[in-house]
Ligand binder design. Structure first.
Ligand code: GRF
Length: 194
């Protein structure tokens, strides 16, 4: 663990499956003096994930884990987490569901960002469903991960008004920008209380 003004910086692992814009913003924030965390490890289930580029560029240890057998994959991941002394896991566009057994081992220490105002619109294609339902508001939620999909304790939520001219693309863009901005901030706040 690195030290920050006498405070121990927590080691985080970020799990991704694709683009990795949230990983990028977590890495960027982690370099700030005030950061309470250090991105120590990046895990993906997709070796072609674009986000891996950010890990490589920043010389962060990264592993693409073969998910053909979930049990074996999770065992490998646990091994990497222990080896790198990881305190917190941040899911950021990770498209695999973690098993209950895995979650228990990191209980209260796995965060996820979901692009809807949970408990509304759990699961996939949130923006499309929000637009179809003519919702007035949407946003994103950072929450703890428990055994039920997108159902753990809320840590942070940001709401935005949906404009008449908004479509799936514009909504996704606006919300992703906010997720990128606030994921590191929400994580930092969470770490203060840990
Ligand atoms: C984000 O919108 C997140 O809420 C969802 O997947 C997206 C990941 O984006 N779970 P990125 O890979 O971090 O750019």
């Amino acid at each position: 663990m690195k030290k920050l003004n006498g405070i121990n910086k927590k080691n985080i692992a970020v799990f991704i499956s694709g683009r990795g814009s949230n990983l990028k913003s977590l890495i960027k924030y982690s370099k700030l003096k005030k950061s309470r965390f250090n991105v120590k490890l990046v895990i993906t289930n997709k070796k072609e994930a674009k986000g891996l580029g950010y890990a490589k560029k920043n010389k962060i240890t990264n592993f693409a884990v073969n998910y053909k057998n979930k049990n074996i994959a999770e065992k490998k991941i646990l091994f990497f987490l222990r080896k790198n002394k990881i305190n917190i896991i941040c899911l950021a566009g990770f498209m695999k569901i973690l098993s209950g057994k895995f979650i228990k081992k990191f209980k209260g220490k796995i965060l996820n960002t979901h692009p809807s105002l949970l408990p509304k619109y759990k699961g996939l294609n949130t923006h499309q469903r929000v637009i179809n339902d003519k919702e007035k508001y949407s946003g994103f939620t950072i929450h703890l991960v428990n055994e039920k999909l997108d159902s753990g304790k809320k840590i942070f939520q940001k709401k935005i008004r949906i404009l008449k001219k908004d479509n799936v693309k514009t909504l996704e863009k606006k919300i992703l920008k906010l997720e990128n901005k606030y994921y590191p901030i929400a994580l930092s706040r969470f770490l203060i209380n840990l």
